[in-house]
Design a protein. Structure first.
Length: 751
């Protein structure tokens, strides 16, 4: 269904085979990010690759550039060079796997297949396997050259590009080795003698060394110091007729490790990947079998061990980090980690710890970090969000209920280094966040959570249409969405508090949740729930905003009759005619300079529609599964087959059919585009699928497993259509299945 290729399987894993393209250095816009828990390989349909790293800050180790880098060329019997690094029209095909990118082509009776793999775990480098096959009647001599332009780039919204590149260049070196680890070329500076480093606490004063290594005898290396250095690994092999020769290489950050058996490590990595990725089947959504493991791989591949704050960062990626140089917003890594509770709970906990380490000792959790991992403080960005604490409390509560790992909350976690404060237990960090939410965010005169500089929406909530300026909205606004979400989250947080011995916090959280539920119930206007309040003015009477509606159903603010009629309104007004899912609002108008059907003026948001699927499923809405299918890559390719965006990865928001660029995404006012690889496009289909199977934490601290029209299985959790399943618990858990209530201790729990 896609103009760019087709899905298939290889090694028991989903793989996308691209259509052949000419090796002219183009197609650089057709990118996707694949990774492990340490770095990301950014691969293009033209066969080029870049490397992204967030250990010390947001930076390209090998930045994308015109003509690409990470290329290869082959020369057969001294003939003309061909391949991804040679100009011309030699067709090559890209193959994208969950953690690898391959390029293959053939010319003059010789076929070359080069595959780059991000090994399982936290290896900060990639393995490269090259297979050369001769199909003619005689032996062939093949010269193979692989080239990388060493162009590091520090990405930070507050640092001029020239200075950012200077900082990166001053802190990235490289080393080239041939067979046996023999160093054949080194550089102390890749681009001049720049001094200085990025502002604290982001490192960039801690030099990194890139390694380019050929494992096979005969490998050589050269370095071109003109401009940005180009590293080339060269090999020459004799290939008999019908024979395949295999060559091995690696490139990436030098961690002083050796790879004595690259073929063995390759096989072990694929075995580990197959074991790690979850599986899924559903007669309601056949796409789940392919897309659930794919989304899980690209989601965990967006993580990176954090050398400054600890744990793992899991930011949005996409244009926000790769182009703008911001890790925004704190809610996002927490939201991304939610489905990992059921497939990689250790990573979910690591992301929770990392994001809580953004906090201040008074419990304030900032909206964003810059490219050097400093707390963002800038008037043009939201400085005082009202919702971010709720996402931390939600992830913590879901993790605790689904794993029983209460011990994790006694382990110390630091505050942001800017504060110079000693670490506290994770549970105390979260309690301080709760106190900040209650005492500093607070509530307005209508009983709702104050909106401040933003709730989930970083922009428009309908105030301009009511003649209310932004300053007044931020000063006096109240968020119905925050109130409804808090009314669901806080009872689960209360259970965690109580289980940790804090009965007073548990009691306060439950009482506040009930007051907020009643406030949300009072925001019903007869057709849907209002979006916000500013004094006596309710925003959203003449416009259906999706944001608060699913949460109002889930928290119990909507009566059964209201919930069912509300879902009918959403189906009719927000879903009709939209192949990618519900729009964010109705009706659509070009208002305030915003294009109708784009962004926060009626765009299609993964973060909103995942909760909508959950709420619809909770009421048995017949279109819940259909809404999930509209979130899939398959649906995007069917509706917009010639648009790369949505083929393998997506943005945070698609444009609705009413947009002139339907199926694309809204554009930020920044140079360059990197619209794919937003982690919402991978995390939210995963979370929504799990909720469709009736899996969710209850207010009483149990894990409800209702079952549904599908199955899900990972190393740590599984559920079938009849609600039977298993859970690898770290501590005491309670499971409420259709077959009954089960209490289990640490270890394998079955029901």
């Amino acid at each position: 269904m896609s103009d760019f290729g087709r899905w298939t399987t290889a090694d028991g894993l989903p793989v996308f085979e691209g259509v052949p393209v000419a090796t002219d250095g183009g197609n650089s816009e057709h990118l996707v990010s694949l990774g492990n828990r340490r770095l990301q390989l950014v691969a293009s349909t033209a066969g080029t690759r870049s490397l992204w790293d967030e250990f010390d800050g947001l930076r390209w180790l090998l930045a994308p550039q015109p003509g690409g880098t990470g290329t290869w060329t082959a020369r057969v019997d001294g003939g003309e060079p061909w391949g991804t690094g040679a100009p011309g029209a030699t067709p090559v095909r890209s193959t994208f796997g969950p953690t690898w990118h391959g390029v293959d082509g053939a010319h003059d009776g010789v076929a070359v297949e080069q595959v780059v793999l991000c090994p399982e775990g936290e290896a900060p480098w990639c393995l490269v396997r090259v297979r050369v096959t001769a199909s003619g009647p005689a032996a062939r001599r093949v010269e193979l050259r692989q080239s990388w332009t060493v162009r590091p780039r520090f990405v930070d919204v507050f640092t001029p590009v020239e200075r950012a590149d200077e900082l990166a260049a001053a802190n990235v070196r490289y080393r080239v080795t041939a067979a046996g680890g023999r160093a054949v070329a080194t550089e102390e500076r890749v681009d001049g003698e720049a001094e200085g480093g990025a502002a604290t606490p982001g490192a960039f004063g801690a030099p990194a060394t890139l390694v380019f290594e050929a494992f096979d005898a005969g490998g050589t290396a050269t370095s071109d110091g003109e401009g940005h250095p180009t590293v080339t690994l060269s090999s020459e092999v004799e290939v008999a007729a019908g024979e395949t020769r295999e060559l091995w290489f690696r490139f990436g950050l030098d961690d002083a490790s050796s790879v004595p058996d690259p073929a063995g490590q390759w096989a072990a990595s694929l075995d580990g990947l197959r074991e790690r990725l979850p599986t899924a089947t559903s007669p309601q959504a056949p796409e789940a079998e392919r897309e659930i493991p794919w989304h899980a791989a690209l989601l965990s591949g967006g993580a990176c061990a954090d050398g400054v704050l600890g744990g793992h960062t899991l930011d949005e990626g996409s244009v926000y980090s790769h182009i703008v140089g911001l890790n925004i917003a704190a809610r996002d890594p927490l939201q991304h980690a939610m489905p990992l509770v059921y497939s990689e709970p250790d990573l979910a906990l690591s992301v929770l710890r990392n994001t809580c380490a953004w906090a201040a000792p008074n419990g304030f959790l900032p909206w964003a970090l810059d490219g050097a991992k400093n707390v963002v403080s800038a008037p043009m960005l939201p400085e005082n969000p009202s919702d971010v604490h709720l996402w931390a409390l939600w992830l913590a509560s879901e993790y605790a209920i689904a794993t029983g790992d209460l011990g994790a909350f006694a382990e110390p976690v630091g505050f942001h280094p800017r504060h110079g404060a000693p670490p506290v237990p994770l549970g105390e960090n979260l309690r301080l966040q709760f106190r900040h939410f209650v005492d500093e965010v607070g509530r307005g005169p209508n009983g709702h959570v104050r909106l401040l500089s933003c709730d989930w929406s970083d922009g428009f909530v309908g105030a301009e249409a009511a003649g209310i300026d932004r300053e007044t909205l931020h000063r006096e606004g109240e968020s119905v969405m925050n109130s409804a979400m808090a009314a669901w989250v806080l009872p689960r947080w209360a259970h965690l508090s109580e289980a940790s011995g804090d009965a007073a916090t548990a009691k306060e959280a439950r009482a506040l949740a009930e007051e907020l539920r009643l406030a949300v119930a009072a925001a019903w206007n007869g057709r849907w729930f209002r979006r916000a309040y500013v004094g006596d003015v309710g925003l959203g009477d003449d416009r259906l905003f999706l944001e608060p509606q699913p949460w109002a159903i889930l928290c119990g603010a909507a009566t059964d009759e209201q919930a069912d009629s509300l879902l009918a309104e959403i189906d009719e007004k927000l879903r009709t005619g939209s192949p990618l899912g519900a729009r964010q609002q109705w009706p659509l108008t070009d208002e305030g300079g915003r294009q109708a059907g784009e962004g926060l003026n009626g765009g299609i948001w993964f973060a909103l529609n995942a909760v909508l699927v959950w709420a619809a499923a909770s009421r048995g809405a017949p279109w819940a599964w259909d809404e999930w299918r509209r979130m899939t890559l398959a649906s995007h390719s069917a509706a917009y087959p010639s648009t790369w965006l949505g083929t393998l990865s997506g943005p945070d928001s698609y444009n609705a059919p009413e947009s002139a660029k339907a199926g694309g995404t809204f554009q930020l006012p920044v140079p360059g585009e990197f619209p794919t690889d937003n982690m919402h496009s991978h995390s939210q289909p995963l979370l929504a699928y799990i909720r469709l199977l009736g899996v969710e934490p209850t207010a009483e601290g149990a894990l409800r497993v209702g079952g549904g029209s599908g199955a899900f299985a990972s190393r740590t959790f599984a559920v079938g259509p009849d609600s039977t399943g298993r859970l690898l618990a770290a501590g005491p858990v309670v499971v409420e299945a259709r077959t009954g209530r089960v209490q289990g201790e640490a270890g394998n729990v079955r029901w």
